[in-house]
Design a protein around this ligand. Sequence first.
Ligand code: BES
Ligand code: ZN
Ligand code: ZN
Length: 513
Amino acid sequence: MISVQLTQKKFWENDVECYIFLMTENLESASDLATLDKVENDFYPHVKEILKKHKFNGKHGQNFVLTAMHDSSEGSKKLIQFMFIGLGKLNNSWHRELELLRRAFAGAIERMKGLVIQNAVVALPDVKMFNVHAAELVKQLTIVAFMADYEFIKFKSDKKDKEWVGTLLIETDPKDHSMFIQALQQGTIIGQAVNQARNWADLPANILTPSELAKEAKQIADEFNLQCMVFGEQKAKELGMGGFLCVDAGSDQPGKFVVLEYNTSVENAPTIALVGKGVCFDTGGVSLKPSDSMHGMKFDMTGAAAVIATMKVFAQLKPNVNVVGVMPLVENMPSGKAARQDDIVTFMNGKTAEIRSTDAEGRLILADALHYAEKNYNPEVMIDIATLTGACAYSLGHFYSAIMTRDQALCDTLSAVGKLTGDKVWQLPLEDDYKDAIRSDVADISNTGSKAYLAGTVTATCFLENFVEKTRWAHLDVAGTADGVPGVNYMGKGASGVGVRLFVEFVMNYKKS
Ligand code: BES
Ligand code: ZN
Ligand code: ZN
């Protein structure tokens, strides 16, 4: 476990096991040179030559540790470590640099953990290189420290060996202490929430059932003073949620419709609605997935996990807007009670859809959830997040979630937030020409886009659009970004926690339109 703290002491006055240096490529910046001189003169003769010999030159991803026995002024001896981290060239766009800094920093945390270092100190790099305020850097780096530390090891018998408690001190200017403290607190809350979302997503469906996840939401509400409502089949029937019910029908695990509310004390504040797909496992239903494609379908509740974790952040950071989180939680199973192909369902808003594939279940539950959120909360903005289409993973891969909206300003805001937080989105089109893809001969719409139109990610959005009447709305498809992100050290192997960082930053900075 990592703990990030601030230190107001001068860098070298911190009594720690390890000093961490973020070095630019070729080690030629003024601060690199000053660092190396200091280490060479006071602790480690010939350090420059040693680094050279080991080909450490500050390239991005490089990471080198030296250990020295140091005689302190009081005469005692102490082992100290020097960790050199390569930042690379710093000639990219500011947001790319920020991302590379996050990864360099995450590399330091990994190394600390690997070497079981209990405490270390690091100085902030020169903020000029990143186009963000120093406090924002503290926040971003704190978040990433938590993300880098996350591992899903609950079911590993040898996890005791992996338990580590390390403290990382970030040197900050004492002048602005209160501002940095706030950034640290925010970063800690956000980083822990990202990991909470990842943990739910990583938990398999035999453990994290819809009931269990609903229970977690309720617990958070009780602990942090959010409003929480959970209902199941019976109330869903009364409300006419045919989409939610038909996906829920096939499973022995009862589906749960969860609503979390954060209410600000600010009067007349607008409401933002976040809607998350919560399919705890997606077998495809009677349109059964081939077994290779079913692997990983425990992650199909990533959207709901992101929204619940985000709501917990708002309960703590208290934004000046109201936020409602709506999560339809189900398990998509084949059985004698399951929905069939050709079935026609009627949604809460009265529209009907023909089920062409029971594997296009996400849009069925989201249809009722979007309508429910709009009708009951009259939000100013609504964003839904869903592992909705395999096509999305093919088109954008693991590094960008797809965003589709008719509201370009909303898209631009979310894109900018994505660049800052690293939780990136890329726009795909949403235009009337695609709408014909979901025409049905027997109902208002079909739940599957016609093959002739391709663009399954866009046609799925056209389906959802039928359930949003008048609200500014954006749909995020996170099928590619939810898990298994390769090559990004702080993402690890399983769930990525996608959406949490994006939503938090968006809502905390939301300006009433
Ligand atoms: N949960 C899947 C989408 C998915 C696929 C997420 C791969 C992550 C990785 C979704 O419910 C689904 O099965 N979508 C179908 C829709 C199709 C039947 C129209 C798909 O993408 O194949
Ligand atoms: Zn599916
Ligand atoms: Zn699904």
